[in-house]
Design a protein around this ligand. Sequence first.
Ligand code: LLP
Length: 445
Amino acid sequence: MIVAVVIIKTMNKRIRLFPYGTMVNDENHLVVGGCDVVELMAKYGTPLYLFDELTLRNRCREFKSEFGKRYADITVVYASKAFLHTAIAVLLKEEGYGMDVVSGGELYIAETANFPMDKVYFHGNNKSADELNTALKCCVGRIVVDNYNELCALAKLTENGGYTQDILLRVTPGVDAHTHSHIATGGFSSKFGFSLDNVEDGISHAMSLPCLNLVGLHFHVGSLIGEVKPYLDAISVVLGLAAEMKEKHGFVLKEFNIGGGYSVPYTTEDIIPEIAYYAEQIAECITNTCQSLRLKLPHLVIEPGRSIVAQAGVALYRVGNIKDAAGLVRYVAVDGGMADNIRPALYSARYEAVLANRMNEDNIEQVTIAGHFCESSDILVHGIKLPQVNIGDIIAIPVCGAYCLPMGSNYNAALKPPIVMLSDGCDRLIRRRETYQDLTHCDVG
Ligand code: LLP
């Protein structure tokens, strides 16, 4: 596919939110991953999700190098709940990443992609006995034990099955992450992890169990953390705990897993720290705190999810209807919505959009982009300026790579959209569109 690039008169600031190398061709079409999205729409239909391989790999490498040059002993683990597909698992394996899984399902996908199991971290606040057994059988690298009941259950399973398993304990540091309450996990009232007042029992019990090898501690303060302070606060709480446990029980913190949560810009107004800034502050804080607490520097593990995949993903929709409501709102209705992206309805998440088939026209009219589902909360973008929109136009929404498809549903018996991977001008279908037959596939009787 040959792409002629034109100089854009007024460069659309929103382009910066799209995958690396996104541009506009001489037909005024959006070009992502070297591919004209209007041609992709003609080939695959709408709604359609695109992922750009270059952006995925660049983000993987940026995390590794920015953290790696400031803290040598580090493993980067991708939080697969942000978006998982066997193609992603293969890419992560090639990039030397570990993987955080949170269910038997994510574990299954990792296994199917032949992902190295010793690099898998198994999370979850209520892992079933089946899931724990599967994780033990697969020889996952770490089970991140969330609570005392799980510790006891895992101890029995390892003993009965003759396994020895490396574990971390997840600690709730009691830190406010200043993010949406739905995705804050570090506060005292969180459902996740050992709280500070009972973690000592967990640590001393874990240390006494012959089949479990307690290698360290984990925390995750939440997601979409647009500042560094919550990490620094949590680091000092958990390292303080480690020093106290060393003193009281001889506990050695070999591994310190500080979770994910690194934010990304969703709109042109969002100001988010660079990865380098997170890395610098975090590495410095761990180094200094360990020094003052006389702790040996632990192996550091980070678990970014969103920040690896968000920018790589683009959602494409076709406009099917336009409605002026009481002269107050102009609704532009598209053929997807809350079933493929629940985030605006669930977290009031804000997105930008462009008219992918008329990129160089000025944004002159204020519209609200609505989905086609039977619910008034099914709005993808509230009040955004676009060129005059016509029925048949193509709307492209950037930063849709994280948590849109994994949280997708078949609401209104909608068919889940296909996914196309773009690499340097080539497009590859990695998930087909669902069919009506898929909708009744699991029905029995
Ligand atoms: N580690 C643990 C233990 C986690 O629970 C999570 C995310 C991560 C790492 C990765 O966090 P990230 O780097 O992606 O922020 N559905 C929400 C986000 C939920 C995040 C859940 N845990 C959303 O759409 O914003």
